[in-house]
Ligand binder design. Structure first.
Ligand code: F6R
Length: 604
């Protein structure tokens, strides 16, 4: 969380920094700030709340500065306020930070003993103080920074200005992402690629332990022992247009509508003309006896669907676990386990740490990620990228369905090489997969129906989402989407579990979103819907096209086209995404940047 930018070169930096921060606001929006170097010294402008609050303040202070840093914050230590907004200054040092300093209390006490006064509640400010103390002792900037990094424990991406060095920036990275874009006699610093995409495609990925010293015409990298290291730039192929709203009211809506294209891009290059799946360099080792999926949030729910797909097709046991639970519980993992991590950002701290832990235990690692060269793919043995393009809306949509497509391909591929499906079944499955984008289009064309349904429920105080089998994770995902963007409480439940407790919630006020498609679970789920109806609950059903029985018992109905049951989640997820979107938009919440959230969760 938190977004960092920096610039040094021949151009004015303020607008460049502001535009970069706009692209990183998905990482946090509790406060924002920019520091830049003027002939008179370093100037800092910061504000509480969204980045747009900074604009009028910057306009009041025009500057020709060509070297500066900026930050957009997701609060960890200290409430959202101007005092806690970055950049933080101590003496000659001004810096921005993304990460968490774990031994912050201990270091804060040390500073108190040195009569240093802190002006914020953040863990970041102590870093500025220790670097400044080292400078006062006569150390060079590089030594002052290096020695401070040896004192702190935790995670960091840092960009640092030092008074007296008018065109220079120092950066450091440990576990939080940091990239440097190389232009002509200029360098751009950012937490993520979209922030520098309009300016350069040449990107250097800093590595853990690195310190960089950057001036407009030269850059040097040092490792943790201060030995010079070489970091080469790579050319990034992303298309900048995909990071714009493109006429949609919100990024989230645009991203929901992009899903047919995302599935096509994720799938098409991996299915050969002869009908084989080639998941890049990944090969399923014969000795793999178990797959263990680790992920967080929405990606965890795609993992739950993946379990249905892979177990059903390839007959390998699959366990799915939250990364934050996995890493702290001494899991039973060895070289016969394939750890399959799922992360849109490829940067989620808990998932990253869980993959590292799994590698230590000797597991093979495969990751599904949407961000090329992000940290999780870089440390995994194999990666299957989803080609969804940048996902800007904080609530994940197109990344989720693309993950489902990737998991389905892994299932079919593994089944094929293990001989657990016939050639005929494989061909049918791939045929059905290739038809998913067209079926998604059809659903999206009916989105106005969901809008009408959404309007009826905007005053509801809570929702229940129920389903069975491979659609059960979609009930969980639907509830999560609604919670995170509309702030309405919602719970996802396996329909068969209702009678063991949640049925007590049902009354005339409670909307029950029910996924009741024509598959093996249909009759059982219908029984559960009868139980809801008998207690006066309002049923919002998502059913298979032509299902008149469900039409009879539901209050509101949305139909999705028929497909192989294992692929149904790719279709049933769209109405639940749209329902959450329209309810939130009617309520007037901040759909793309819901309160308290950030897109890339780089803290534990
Ligand atoms: C919800 C959402 C989050 C993320 C979770 C994991 O809409 O976006 O729950 O899914 O923070 O993020 P990644 O997939 O980047 O590891």
């Amino acid at each position: 969380m938190c977004g960092i930018v920096g610039y040094t070169g021949n151009n004015k930096c303020i607008n460049l920094l502001y535009d970069g921060l706009e692209k990183l606001e998905y990482r946090g929006y509790d406060s924002a700030g920019i520091s830049f170097i003027e002939p008179s010294g370093i100037k800092t402008i910061k504000t509480q709340g969204k980045l747009s609050n900074l604009k009028p303040l910057l306009e009041k202070t025009p500057s020709g500065s060509s070297c500066g840093i900026g930050h957009t914050r997701w609060a960890t230590h200290g409430k959202p306020s101007v005092e806690n907004a970055h950049p933080h200054t101590s003496g000659k040092i001004t810096l921005v930070h993304n990460g968490i300093i774990e031994n912050y209390s201990e270091l804060k006490n040390q500073l108190a003993g040195m009569s240093r006064t802190l002006s914020s509640e953040t863990d970041t400010e102590i870093i500025a103080h220790f670097i400044d103390i080292n400078l006062e002792k006569g150390k060079t900037p590089l030594d002052a920074i290096h020695d401070t990094l040896n004192l702190i424990r935790g995670t960091w991406a840092l960009a640092i200005l030092i008074d007296g060095y008018p065109d220079q920036i120092w950066c450091a990275k440990n576990q939080s992402p940091l990239i440097i874009g190389a232009g002509e006699d200029e360098y751009f610093i950012a937490s993520d690629i979209p922030a520098i995409m309009p300016n350069t495609r040449n990107v250097i990925f800093m590595e853990d332990g690195d310190i960089a010293h950057i001036a407009p015409t030269e850059i040097s990298f040092y490792d943790i022992h201060l030995k010079t290291v070489r970091r080469v730039s790579q050319t990034i192929q992303w298309n900048g247009v995909t990071a714009e709203k493109g006429g949609y009211r919100h990024f989230m809506l645009k991203e929901i509508f992009e899903q047919p294209r995302c599935i096509l891009d994720t799938v098409s290059s991996r299915i050969s003309a002869s009908g084989n799946i080639t998941p890049e360099n990944f090969t399923l080792d014969e000795k793999i006896k178990k797959i263990h999926i680790i992920a967080c949030g929405t990606s965890y729910y795609s993992g739950l669907v993946g379990k249905y797909m892979i177990e059903e097709l390839a007959r390998i046991p699959v366990e799915v676990e939250f990364s934050s639970e996995f890493r702290y519980r001494n899991p039973i993992i060895d070289s016969s386990t394939l750890i399959l991590s799922i992360s849109q950002s490829g940067e989620t701290a808990d998932t990253l740490a869980a993959v590292k832990e799994a590698k230590k235990l000797g597991a093979q690692t495969l990751s599904i990620s949407n961000v090329i060269n992000s940290q999780i793919p870089r440390i995994s043995d194999y990666t299957l990228y989803t080609h969804a393009g940048p996902e800007i809306g904080v609530a994940s949509t197109k990344a989720f369905s693309s993950q489902l497509a990737a998991l389905f391909m892994i299932g079919v591929y593994a089944a094929d090489i293990r001989g657990t499906i016939t050639a005929e079944r494989k061909n049918q499955l791939l045929y059905d997969l290739k038809n998913i984008p067209a079926k998604m289009h059809h659903i999206l064309e009916q989105s106005s129906q969901i809008k009408v349904i959404a309007r009826r429920y905007i005053h509801s105080h809570g929702f229940l989402y129920i389903a069975r089998g491979m659609n059960y994770p979609i009930a969980l995902e639907g509830a999560l989407k609604l919670k995170e963007i509309s702030y309405i409480h919602a719970e996802g439940y396996p329909a068969g579990e209702m009678k063991h407790g949640p049925i007590a919630l049902i009354d005339e006020e409670l909307p029950v979103v029910s996924i009741v498609t024509r598959n093996n679970y249909y009759n059982k789920t219908m029984n559960n819907l009868e139980e809801v109806r008998a207690r006066g609950g309002k049923i919002i059903a998502i059913a298979t096209t032509g299902d008149m029985e469900t039409a009879d018992i539901s209050t509101d109905l949305f139909m999705v086209p028929e497909t192989d049951p294992l692929l149904e989640p790719l279709l049933t997820v769209i109405p639940v995404q749209l329902l959450a979107y329209f309810i939130s938009d009617f309520k007037g919440t901040d759909v793309d940047q819901p309160r308290n959230l950030a897109k890339s969760v780089t803290v534990e």
